[in-house]
Design a protein around this ligand. Structure first.
Ligand code: G3P
Ligand code: CA
Length: 263
């Protein structure tokens, strides 16, 4: 029918490799990002933290404890100190069925290294994490985007902090922004909330758990992109696509690729 045709004609579902192909390799390592690309991820997702000496690094947590053999806050260590750490062995210990010897001793990448490795025309989906802990992180992100001549058409900046997104928007209105949201129960959004977000962002990234078809339709029909996180099983991927999401974050970009191919 007409609806099915309209859906078929819609542009492709964006496959975002969440922390890289993080089901298969230690999150936020070059190896994980590489694997995400090989598994047909369209975007590399990078969470940002900032070192004591002002370098942006790819890490999810505000502390080193979970994903390295170090401990304490990222902000209390220099890049040189963080570069001594092992960012891979924890994965082998936690996920023995996915463990590989080559993951031992992997390093925490800087954003500069990621840009150098994957180039200016890659698709990046970069999150400003804990912007209140790291004043100036938006400015530093933009400095590196300019330094490496990153193609802004292929860059999305995401944050739970609307303030951080608005800082980005003021520094450079051409940067495309996505407002992250975490729902604790049934997801609902008002027209006023949608209009507010549309003032600075081109999309919303909610947790997928509490979404429903009405929510998805309302957001997408408003003209916003909708990229739920973090979707790791094929049945859920299919349902969300059926509802009308325009992309999603996954630790299994290979599975989303299969779903997109109708497998
Ligand atoms: O950025 C989308 C999703 O990753 C948000 O949650 O905690 O995994 O960064 P988190
Ligand atoms: Ca993230």
């Amino acid at each position: 029918g007409g609806a099915a045709l309209a859906k078929d004609m819609h542009k492709e579902i964006e496959n975002v490799s969440h922390r890289g192909a993080s089901a298969y390799a230690p999150e936020h390592t070059i190896v994980s990002y590489d694997m995400g690309e090989k598994m047909h991820g369209d975007f590399i997702e990078v969470d940002l933290q900032m070192t004591k000496d002002g370098h942006l690094i790819a890490m999810h947590d505000v502390t080193l404890d979970r994903t390295t053999n170090g401990s304490g806050s990222v902000k209390d260590y220099t890049l040189e100190e963080i570069k001594q750490l092992d960012a891979g062995s924890w994965f082998n210990e936690k996920y023995p069925y996915a463990a590989k010897a080559e993951y031992e001793g992997l390093k925490v990448p800087t954003l500069e290294e990621v840009f150098r490795k994957f180039g200016k025309n890659n698709n990046y989906y970069i999150e400003t994490k804990s912007p209140d802990v790291y004043p100036g992180m938006e400015k530093e992100l933009l400095r590196l985007v300019e330094k490496y001549n990153i193609n802004k058409d292929r860059l999305l900046v995401q944050s739970f902090s609307s303030q951080s997104l608005q800082v980005m928007n003021e520094l450079d209105p051409s940067i495309k922004l996505v407002q992250l949201i975490s729902y604790k129960s049934n997801a609902e959004i008002t027209d006023a909330e949608i209009q507010k977000i549309k003032e600075y962002a081109m999309g919303i990234g909610p947790n997928h758990t509490y979404l429903n078809e009405g929510y998805v339709q309302k957001v997408v029909n408003s003209g916003l992109e909708l990229h739920p996180y973090t979707v790791n099983d094929k049945e859920r991927m299919k349902l969300l696509i059926d509802w009308g999401v325009t992309g999603m974050f996954t630790n299994h970009p290979d599975l989303l690729h299969e779903v997109k191919k109708g497998r």
